[in-house]
Ligand binder design. Structure first.
Ligand code: C2O
Ligand code: CU
Length: 457
């Protein structure tokens, strides 16, 4: 580790807020403690340098952006369950930054928020170190000045593979984003009431950092697609021109069984995994986001993110299995909630509009005890959709407006429809420290729609 002091701390000492740099030893101990001693995975060492870069989006346009290792999205990190990921972030930006490991169950000190670590100043480095516990499609992104740093390109995907996963003919990763460019074709400056209210959406739609690219698939084959919605505020109602596909997985790994669908809502921060194909040679399908009105000022029509060209036939060895895995439900759909978290808006004098949780900007919520079942009602008291994101832990959605969900899955983001009540269940495993939840529309998060709480033993 560079630019980072080592101090000795005693095991069992609580993780202190705002002083994590003095706890490098403890960070490591916690990271290792999160794993079984005999798991014996590899240590994957990665260097990520956050720096300015010229970003070419593939249609001749390019502009100054911020990226990990000079590419948007940043490098796709891959590991297997049980591996240790050790990522050294070096900050070559003109302002502080951090990395949040979205969806991962890691020690609090590795969560990458300014609540659990000192932000990494320009010229400094910080090493994140944790074991990969769950298989699934995750992502990493800046958690400092997010509305600016994510828009400029500081995000990437992280794929964790498990044993006994179903086999497909191929796999593609689609990281979706949109950009707002100004008249000169540069990233637009943030501003204005519409952007505060709706969150920033742009008219340039990207897959893997390229504007409306053409993807290909061989005729007759079935691929596994991992999709990440990395945009600041855009809801993607994903469709392939109406062609059916199978939903295989959600935020954190596979569902119990595939569900057939022709469209899939992917809120900001969410991931889905799909089985796509087989198609016949010569077909061309739009990769699009269908019209979705989340009660914003600006309405989105059906828009294209890219296209899928079906090439020459190739043999297939893939079938979509009827069963993917078993997930034990944490609670019955009508379990009694022990906490209510209310997302609301407040009209204030200076800002015009505040986004609040239980009436406060940056709500300080009650502690959660390790091992105790949490049944939370997440109430959306506003007329807009909000994607609720819980850091560091996965939850199950029990019901929405009293209606059981109908399937069990592991999530770290759930969309809250307007004027709704979503009941979730989760259990804090033994990772005490400071954690947060927030709206993943970055502008709402920045405007105060977040809560923080401690997990305690
Ligand atoms: Cu991707 Cu605090 O979130
Ligand atoms: Cu929101």
């Amino acid at each position: 580790m560079q630019g980072h002091e080592h101090h000795h701390a005693h095991a069992g000492q609580p993780v202190l807020q705002h002083a994590p740099s003095a706890h490098a030893e403890i960070d490591h101990q916690l990271a290792l403690a999160a794993a079984e001693p005999d798991q014996g995975g590899r240590v994957i060492e990665v260097e990520l340098e956050a720096r300015e870069v010229e970003w070419s989006i593939g249609d001749g346009r390019h502009f100054s952006a911020w990226a990990y290792n000079g590419q948007v999205p940043g490098p796709t990190l891959e590991g297997r369950v049980g591996d240790v990921l050790q990522v050294t972030l070096t900050n070559r930006l003109p302002e502080p930054t951090t990395i949040h490991w979205h969806g991962l169950r890691l020690p609090a000190a590795m969560d990458g928020t300014d609540m659990v670590q000192r932000t990494v100043a320009p010229g400094e480095s910080f090493t994140y170190w944790f074991r990969l516990i769950d298989a699934g499609t995750f992502w990493y992104h800046s958690h400092t000045n997010e509305t600016v740093q994510l828009e400029r390109g500081l995000y990437g995907a992280l794929v964790v593979r498990g044993d006994d996963e179903p086999r497909f003919d191929g796999e593609q990763l689609l990281v979706l984003d949109d950009l707002k460019l100004d008249r000169q074709g540069r990233l637009a400056r943030f501003g204005g009431f519409v952007q505060w209210h709706d969150g920033r959406e742009g008219d340039v739609r990207l897959i893997n950092g390229r504007v409306e690219p053409e993807l290909t698939i061989a005729a007759g084959q079935i691929e596994r697609w991992r999709i990440v919605n990395a945009s600041s505020a855009r809801y993607v109602r994903f469709a392939l021109g109406g062609a059916p596909f199978h939903v295989l997985g959600s935020d954190v790994g596979l569902l119990e069984q595939p569900r057939e669908a022709r469209e899939m809502l992917i809120a900001p921060g969410e991931r889905v995994e799909l089985a796509v194909g087989p198609f016949s040679e010569g077909q061309e399908l739009p990769i699009e986001s269908l019209a979705y009105w989340r009660t914003t000022i600006k309405r989105r029509k059906t828009e294209r993110f890219g296209s899928l060209e079906v090439g020459a036939e190739r043999p297939s060895r893939a079938t979509v299995p009827a069963k993917l895995r078993a997930i034990a439900p944490l609670a019955r759909p009508n379990a009694t909630p022990n906490r209510t978290v209310t997302f609301a808006v407040k009209y204030g004098l200076n800002r015009g509009m505040d986004f609040v949780v239980n009436g406060d900007r940056h709500h300080h919520d009650a502690p959660v005890r390790v091992g105790e079942l949490q049944v939370w009602d997440i109430v959306n008291d506003t007329l807009m959709d909000h994607p609720f994101h819980l850091h560091g832990f996965s939850f199950q959605v029990l019901s929405v407006n009293g209606e059981p969900r109908g399937w069990t899955s592991w999530e770290d983001v759930v969309n809250l429809p307007p004027k709704s009540r979503t009941r979730i269940a989760w259990i804090a495993d033994d990772r005490p420290g400071s954690w947060m939840y927030h709206c993943h529309i970055l502008e709402h998060h920045a405007a105060g729609m977040m809560g923080h709480f401690d997990v305690v033993r």
